[in-house]
Design a protein around this ligand. Structure first.
Ligand SMILES: Nc1ncnc2c1ncn2[C@@H]1O[C@H](COP(=O)(O)OP(=O)(O)OP(=O)(O)O)[C@@H](O)[C@H]1O
Ligand SMILES: [Mg+2]
Length: 232
């Protein structure tokens, strides 16, 4: 392992001149055009900008779901360039909680089973996994719904199950795409307090793509995307 300096060690992400294009209709559609960005550990960051600017694309890159067309991403002081798909999957499993805009809950599993989905792969025993998951579900106001299936829930309840699934992993970072889009302001405040509690206890970072000014008010840092670049 390289002798990283303390300033590098405290960085969660270092993005160096990231470019990303989609292939569409035999053409390259550039979305990110050279994004450089340092994000400290234990951050609370909102990424904002108009629809179609590339917020979800950026989350997919820093969640190791996609790889940049150009440029490099360091995570916790280590380069992620050249990692194989299975190495990226392990990195994601251990370090990243992802809340997708479309949730991607498994319809045949209960709320408790969905929320605790990744814990066996992280070495949790079932009893321990269920106990911890129930604590998080309670914190998110879902304790009474833990034996329901996703189709028996409201949109906002489903969104909270997806949030719980990310939180129970106690990852380095939770990346969330519009995490409050389906929530009223009282429920959104409850979720934000749960995030703050996890951050205090575990040093977790939160990076959100959002249009919600209420959520942006809580952010310690706001990153504005425009024309494929970022502005702060
Ligand atoms: N699979 C794809 N193929 C081609 N172009 C795509 C694809 N996915 C996204 N794009 C384009 O990339 C751009 C950025 O999309 P992205 O989803 O990152 O935007 P966004 O900022 O998250 O928008 P929103 O606020 O509406 O969620 C858009 O112009 C979109 O049309
Ligand atoms: Mg989006």
């Amino acid at each position: 392992m390289l002798p990283y300096t303390m300033s590098t060690m405290s960085l969660l992400y270092k993005l160096d001149n990231i470019e990303y294009s989609y292939d569409w209709n035999h053409q390259k559609v550039p979305v990110l055009k050279g994004v450089s960005l340092d994000i400290e550990k234990s951050s609370f960051v909102c990424i904002v900008g108009p629809s179609g600017v590339g917020k979800t694309t950026l989350l997919n890159l820093i969640g190791f779901i996609e790889s940049p067309t150009k440029g490099k991403i360091d995570f916790c002081g280590s380069s992620t360039a050249g990692l194989s798909e299975s190495e990226k999957e392990i990195l994601r499993l251990k370090n990243v909680g992802f809340v997708f805009q479309a949730f991607y809950l498994i319809p045949t599993l209960t709320v408790l089973e969905n929320a605790s989905y990744f814990l066996p792969s992280l070495g949790y025993k079932k009893e321990q996994a269920n106990k911890w998951t129930l604590e998080i579900l309670d914190l998110l106001g879902l304790a009474d719904h833990c034996h329901k299936k996703p189709l028996e829930l409201s949109g906002g309840q489903r969104q909270r199950v997806a949030i719980a699934r990310a939180m129970v992993k106690k990852p380095q970072v939770i990346l969330a795409d519009e995490p409050t889009a389906n929530l009223d302001s009282v429920t959104a405040d409850k979720i934000i307090s749960a995030f703050q509690e996890l951050q205090k206890a575990e040093g977790t970072s939160f990076i959100f793509a959002t249009h919600d000014s209420h959520l942006v008010n809580y952010a310690k840092r706001v990153i504005q995307m425009k024309d494929g670049l970022i502005h702060e």
